[in-house]
Write a protein that binds this ligand. Sequence first.
Ligand SMILES: Nc1nc(=O)c2c([nH]1)NC[C@@H]1CN(c3ccc(C(=O)N[C@@H](CCC(=O)O)C(=O)O)cc3)C=[N+]21
Length: 304
Amino acid sequence: MDTSIDQAVSPARIIDGKAFAAGLRARVAKHVAALSQDHNLQPGLAVVLVGEDPASAVYVRNKAQQTVEVGMQSFEHRLPADTSEADLVALIRKLNDDPTVHGILVQLPLPKHLDSDLVIRTISPEKDVDGFHTTNVGLLWTGQDALVPCTPLGCRMLLRDQLGSLSGRNALVIGRSNIVGKPMAGLLLEDGCTVTVAHSRTDDLAEKCSRADIVVVAVGRPEMVPGEWIKPGAVVIDVGINRVEKDGKGRLVGDVEFAGASARAGAITPVPGGVGPMTIACLLANTVTACCRMNGLPAPADLT
Ligand SMILES: Nc1nc(=O)c2c([nH]1)NC[C@@H]1CN(c3ccc(C(=O)N[C@@H](CCC(=O)O)C(=O)O)cc3)C=[N+]21
């Protein structure tokens, strides 16, 4: 008898990140209303965009629109591509000192002549709603109250929603960026997972993937994880958003081969409509969290 063939599995649940994000925004709106009622506070988010990259401009406009929709104040700062480091740093210092601003996000990547590490270091850690400042990185990795990067925060919400407790699960994170892979690993470790962090130099990725109950892929390479690597029943979170040409048409694909993976996984995020919408909703959630902490109020538990 051939026992090597794949066991038959039912197709995966498709995780509706768009719907989950809408629910999160509704919770944010409720907390914003309560802050206004009870404390006469209105959370404010400042977004800084340097240069005119059209994709970034669309993305910044979406953020500003959703910020206003949940009742917060939105401040948009568009600077020319040739802005000097001194001018950008001066703007950030002004936002740090502005009591109506509770969150500051500098859209990345910055033009090459600007040092993004230095720019991020200039942001006041308590207003760093991206969670990129080394103070927040250190707080996250020591189990203290940090502002947590939006994309991994959203991924963890989806995982908790699918699995309940994450404790004891084998989690594989593919990708080691400061923006997604590393903070994702920290959050999963905090939740009790046994975490493996893989990347372009990792040996025998297929074997590691086949043992994982949770797979988070954030590499930025279209369909780099084939469906047959996925352990039957695993939860797959696809962070990749890659624009590719197919049959003469441009379309979006993730870092996971969706058709194959969704035949094996227990649950999987689609692209688009999975992790992407969660990222913006978490940015709004982090702005409420920052506003509460800055004013000596407890951060709402249902925003993390
Ligand atoms: N400081 C900083 N913080 C960021 O969080 C940040 C950044 N810079 N630079 C750019 C990237 C990109 N990013 C996305 C967020 C949401 C979607 C999103 O909502 N995507 C939708 C639509 C996709 C589409 O149609 O293009 C989806 O996946 O369904 C995409 C991309 C945040 N970023």
